[in-house]
Write a protein that binds this ligand. Sequence first.
Ligand code: FDM
Ligand code: MG
Length: 213
Amino acid sequence: MSVAIANAKPRGSLIVFEGCDRTGKTTQSEKLVDRLKQDGIETQLMKTPDRKSETGKLIDRFLHNEIELEKHAAQLIFAANRWEKIPEIKSLLSSGTTVVIDRYVASGVAYGAAMGLPVKWCSQNNVGHPEPDLVVYLKLSAEAASKRKGYGEERFEKEKIQQQIANTFDDLKEDSWKIIDGDKSVEDIHAQIDNIAKQVIEESKFKELGTLE
Ligand code: FDM
Ligand code: MG
């Protein structure tokens, strides 16, 4: 009905950054949020795992090898940490704010699979999450990533595991994902992502937000 359309409020977009460790996700998600805000687009940056919540504190200790967790338990805690964010994500999106997240469900599946869990079991934990409007997949060779600052400090930062994680990301990747060469300069990558993101934000405004099944 025309009245309903005239009154419809545009929603924000769910933009997700995925990829292995040290591929530039944090740098690029922060830069994108700054740029979108400067251009007058309401945007909020998030990160999962959020290491500040109670589940996040446990995850941080696990990632720093201070504690061990049974693998299913570990992945359920990562999923719980993401679930904690879902009400806020939904409310921001419906109020018109774009949400940029540094890692989301694909990380859950790719890292879970690297721990020896079935992909199907990992995916099941994400059923009901809002579906991303855009997944930016930053790709960088495991060798190049291993040379970046800070690499090796956390649990999964070992070349063999990272290669396995990259393979799962490649298997999970859908046609709609934007694959970005993480070896390009920070500014080149940012310009590419800024363009794609603005296009998606425009296209998603009156599109119904999807739900992961
Ligand atoms: N990680 C992240 C998982 O193992 N499962 C998940 O569901 C998510 C979201 O946690 F090693 C791993 C991936 C990475 C670590 O690191 C988070 P960053 O550098 O803070 O993104
Ligand atoms: Mg990391």
